[in-house]
Ligand binder design. Structure first.
Ligand code: CP3
Length: 346
């Protein structure tokens, strides 16, 4: 199967390709998840990784925000560490903590012990994506993977980290281990995205959430070539590629140059400035996710500023500047979706 033909004319894909849109498309990172009572209900007694490997649950959870908000795209319900779990890395996603890896990766042998990913490892992903594309109809599905640096951080630190000190120590001090690890993760990410696109995903997003910890020079030398490989492989499949990170003002130009069609911009960078920095690419973002806790008219006034600023870009997909905060009121996101989709074009 190839990218869903029904979704080809959607506002989301038009914006990603830099074509004129019927309205500004909108979706939210982490739109599925703990902010939705219907999510909490179906997840009762089911572990996070377990739910990611159950195609019926993945379809249901991915559809929940699409039904509730009528957003312009769905994002596949999974996690950036899921492909590692699928190839056999001993890890868990601990509630309130995040991914925890039993034996952190430190040596060349540790890297070599991680199998490459084949479609057989993730048959449940193919099944879930196929099911979703059927249910979604004209609404595009975004597949995703974690970028090599961000995934490496979990593997090397053994869990979430603020400083990424062990990860960067490997990058600076053990270049041959670092290179092998980045190649390994890039290969897994590419294969994982290919499975999703071949099953019908219409676009992909590469999450390099923690790349903002790097200087531009270090990013360009030690990280960008590996992300560029993943983006090039995804590009060869014929789908638009979104490249997102947090705290990346200094990296936005490079993140576009790495081979993205759309660069995700977090809320700390004014969208006008982000658009200048990414040059000839579409952008995605970037309302501060805490604005949904403000009165509706304050939130929508700021959303209007984001939409207006987005007009200078080659294309603009409205989103929050990072994921939906779990305590978010879903009714506010419903109002925000309606506001963005109803906002006059010029
Ligand atoms: O709706 C969506 O956006 C799709 C689902 C999705 C999840 N994780 C589900 C999830 C996506 C796209 C991710 C990506 C992800 N996972 C990233 C990159 C995006 C970002 O936010 O920057 C990162 C860094 C991770 C690693 C990770 N997994 C973290 C930091 C956490 C949160 C830990 C916590 O409990 O606060 C997870 C767990 C996770 N992934 C949850 C969800 C819905 C929460 C677990 C639960 O509901 O039980």
């Amino acid at each position: 199967m190839s990218p869903s033909p029904a979704a080809a004319d959607s506002a989301f894909l038009k914006a990603a390709r830099g074509e004129p849109v019927p309205h500004t498309p909108v979706w939210f990172m982490r739109q599925a998840g703990r902010s939705l009572p219907e999510y909490l209900k179906v997840r009762e007694g089911v572990g996070m990784l377990e739910s990611c490997m159950d195609p019926d649950l993945v379809v249901e959870i991915t559809m929940q925000p699409v039904r509730r908000y009528g957003v312009d795209a769905a994002i596949f319900f999974s996690d950036i560490v899921l492909p590692l779990k699928a190839v056999g890395v001993d890890l868990d996603i601990v509630p309130g903590v995040g991914p925890v890896v039993a034996s952190p990766v430190r040596t060349l042998q540790d890297v070599a012990a991680i199998p490459d990913l084949t479609p057989d490892h993730v048959g449940f992903i193919t099944e879930a994506v196929r099911g979703l594309v059927g249910e979604l109809g004209a609404t595009p599905l975004i597949g995703f993977a974690g970028a090599p640096f961000t995934v490496a951080s979990y593997l090397v630190e053994g869990g979430p980290s603020k400083e990424h000190a062990k990860t960067k120590a490997m990058m600076f001090g053990a270049p041959e281990v670092w290179d092998a690890l980045m190649r390994k993760i890039a290969g897994i990410a590419s294969a994982y995205l290919q499975v999703q696109v071949e099953a019908g995903a219409s676009a992909v997003q590469l999450f390099d959430s923690w790349a903002g910890a790097l200087t531009p020079a270090d990013y360009a030398e030690h990280v960008m070539p590996h992300s560029a490989r993943v983006l090039a492989d995804a590009g060869a499949l014929g789908v638009p590629r979104i490249h997102f990170g947090v705290g990346t003002t200094n990296l936005l130009g490079l993140m576009g140059d790495a081979g993205a069609d759309v660069v995700g911009i977090d809320w700390r960078t004014p969208l006008e400035r982000g658009i200048e920095l990414v040059g000839d690419h579409a952008v995605q973002g970037n309302l501060d996710p805490t604005l949904v806790f403000a009165p509706t008219e304050v939130m929508t006034a700021r959303a209007a500023q984001v939409i207006e600023a987005g007009r200078a870009a080659k294309g603009h997909i409205f989103n929050l500047g990072h994921g939906v905060i779990p305590s978010t009121d879903p009714d506010q996101l419903a109002r925000l979706t309606e506001f963005v989709q109803g906002y006059p074009l010029s």
